[in-house]
Design a protein around this ligand. Structure first.
Ligand SMILES: Nc1ncnc2c1ncn2[C@@H]1O[C@H](COP(=O)(O)OP(=O)(O)OP(=O)(O)O)[C@@H](O)[C@H]1O
Length: 587
């Protein structure tokens, strides 16, 4: 059975549940709470599981959604349906403002900041008169359809179920889109992501706002289900519960959000009634037992339960791309015309001069090798040319423009594409999707188009390009495999396919032949020669001298950050200074 069909069956069962005779109403109420929590947790899947940003403040956004509708419906007589978009927009704006000031922080600082404003907002809700202070707001009107108020749990269930299905479909769509790939590239590869044109700050803000809007939706649903709000469910404890749900379910899977929410809510509920009977005394034993269970679970199943559950489901069918127009290509400069000019480039790290006033240039269609012993400054030079690092002094000019002051993203936009000495892939994303990341700048669909799947034509074109580049580098057979499962040499070649997806004018390859077998190296050399004949300029760092000597037009030799020599490979091979400093050592 296809996974999609299974999804449809699951949705049908979901909608049929309340009509099954004998289902206790309490179960339906519990399911409603699971639905509400699942929606918030789906936001955390995007933000934390996929984007790698931990938030301890998610419950506060549930509060924004709940209080917005509570105030508007009780104080100003708004219709509850009208307050839905307003609640989402208010939550989204609050998230955008908070995100803009906190998302530049990395490491531990971001979670600490979310803790700080999560606590502040909780006290804000509890201290504002017009929000009813700690008593909150009561008498919130029920949602009504055709004049019929949805008060019974079994009726409200359908509203929650529809919201849950829409949130799940939207989140899956988003994660599978151009924006979703960019969010997935944030975790661990954020610096590299800038090098293929992803605005990582903007993408972080998109993920953050999306997660908050889902929390706001859950808050709006909560307010009209409870018909009263107070600050308690929007505090730190609730935020931590949502994180538990995400982690237990499997923080990077939409299904894991529902699984995690279900487990946490049912477990807490059951422990709450079971433990006092077992110990024959009242007390919050469930919190203690729950804590122990979480520790055991995280020790044994680090990726949560969903990957184990998903193994029982039929595999997803690989998307087979139909016909799509090829993406437009940029025109390449005439072979032999001046392209890259590096002038007196210098980079110091404290007292260490990593790159010492070096000069070299590259013409369109030329293949130049940057060689030298370990620590000579080759990778630093790459980072300076591609904007990953900024020079202490000197300049890099590309196609007549000074680019040494530009960001990595802006340099990528001009057609400078690269691979990394230490491969930077999204290991749990497929090979094909990793390659498609390289074409990020050649698409323009944003989160909204991805969410509603209005990006299909563009996506088909991007994937056609990714398939083409994968075929070119000889990895087409591995397209559906997770990138992390490839051998290191293949991962390097994958990075070349990703770099080619940018439609480069200048390609910088950092040790592309490392880890490749003889025939694979020959195939790679043939591909690079073909690219240079098409007019692409290639600058490569490589320790494999046979590979470099047979491929390059010219070599630049570096030692201790300084340019030692420059010339055709045969000349360099015979240069006594180079032999002494480098080639002799290799031999
Ligand atoms: N971010 C950094 N901070 C401090 N020192 C650095 C940094 N990056 C590189 N270096 C130092 O700069 C020097 C040049 O390093 P670089 O990585 O550019 O050399 P390389 O020629 O690429 O060597 P390898 O072939 O081993 O990668 C080394 O001494 C290195 O330790």
């Amino acid at each position: 059975m296809d996974r999609r069909l299974l999804g449809v069956i699951a949705i049908l069962i979901l909608f049929a549940l309340p009509s099954i005779p004998g289902i206790p109403p309490y179960w339906i109420t519990l399911l409603n709470y699971i639905g509400l929590a699942s929606i918030v947790t789906m936001g955390l899947v995007v933000l934390t599981g996929v984007g790698g940003m931990t938030s301890f403040g998610q419950a506060a956004f549930v509060g924004f959604g709940a209080y917005t509708t509570a105030v508007l419906t009780t104080h100003y007589g708004f219709s509850p349906w009208l307050t839905l978009p307003i609640s989402l927009v208010v939550t989204g704006i609050a998230a955008a403002i908070l995100g803009a000031v906190t998302l530049r922080l990395s490491g531990h600082y971001l979670p600490i900041c979310t803790l700080a404003w999560g606590i502040s907002l909780y006290y804000l809700f509890g201290n504002l008169d017009f929000l009813g202070r700690h008593d909150g707001i009561a008498d919130i009107p029920a949602l009504a359809v055709g004049g019929h108020a949805l008060i019974a749990s079994s009726e409200y269930y359908y509203v929650v179920a529809i919201a849950l299905v829409l949130a799940a479909v939207g989140t899956s769509n988003l994660l599978g889109s151009r924006t979703g790939r960019a969010i997935r590239a944030l975790k661990g590869t954020a610096r590299a992501a800038e090098s293929f044109g992803i605005n990582t700050i903007r993408i972080r803000l998109v993920a953050f706002t999306y997660a908050a809007v889902l929390a706001g939706l859950s808050g709006w649903l909560y307010a009209h289900m409870q018909r009263a709000v107070n600050p308690t469910p929007f505090g730190l404890g609730a935020s931590i519960d949502y994180l538990f749900m995400a982690v237990i379910g499997g923080a990077s899977h939409v299904g894991g959000a529902i699984l995690g929410a279900g487990i946490v809510i049912v477990l807490k509920d059951q422990l709450q009634s079971l433990l006092p009977r077992l110990f024959e005394t009242e007390g919050n034993f469930e919190t203690i037992i729950f804590g122990i269970l979480i520790i055991v679970l995280l020790q044994t199943l680090r990726d949560g339960l969903w990957p184990h559950f998903a193994r029982l489901l039929p595999g997803a069918r690989r998307r087979k791309s139909g016909y799509a127009e090829p993406l437009p290509r940029r025109s390449l400069p005439e072979a032999g015309s001046a392209l890259l000019d590096v002038t007196d480039l210098r980079k110091t790290f404290g007292g260490l001069v990593a790159v010492n006033d070096i000069n070299f240039s590259l013409k369109a269609g030329e293949i130049v090798g940057l060689i030298g012993p370990n620590g000579a400054g080759k990778s630093t030079t790459f980072n300076l040319v591609t904007g990953v690092l900024h020079a202490t002094s000197g300049a890099v000019r590309f196609a007549g423009e000074t680019i040494s002051t530009l960001s990595a993203r802006m340099i990528a936009r001009r057609g400078v594409s690269r691979t990394f000495q230490h491969v930077k892939l999204v290991p749990d994303m497929s090979v094909l999707e990793n390659v498609a990341l390289g074409a990020h700048l050649r698409g323009e669909a944003g989160a909204m188009r991805g969410l509603f799947r209005f990006d299909r034509t563009e996506e088909a074109r991007i994937f056609r390009e990714a398939e083409h580049q994968l075929e070119r580098v000889g990895l087409a057979d591995l397209a559906a495999k997770p990138a992390g499962s490839l051998a290191l040499g293949q991962q390097r070649v994958l990075e070349i396919a990703r770099a080619l997806c940018l439609d480069p004018v200048l390609l910088l390859l950092d040790e592309p032949a490392a880890g490749l077998r003889h025939l694979e190296k020959e195939a790679l050399a043939a591909l690079l020669k073909r690219l240079s004949q098409e007019g692409v300029a290639i600058l490569l760092v490589e320790h494999d001298m046979d590979f470099v000597m047979g491929l390059t037009n010219r070599l630049v030799v570096m030692d201790f950050g300084t340019k030692l020599a420059e010339g055709p490979p045969a000349e360099i091979q015979a240069n006594p200074v180079v032999i002494e400093a480098y080639l002799g050592g290799v031999a």
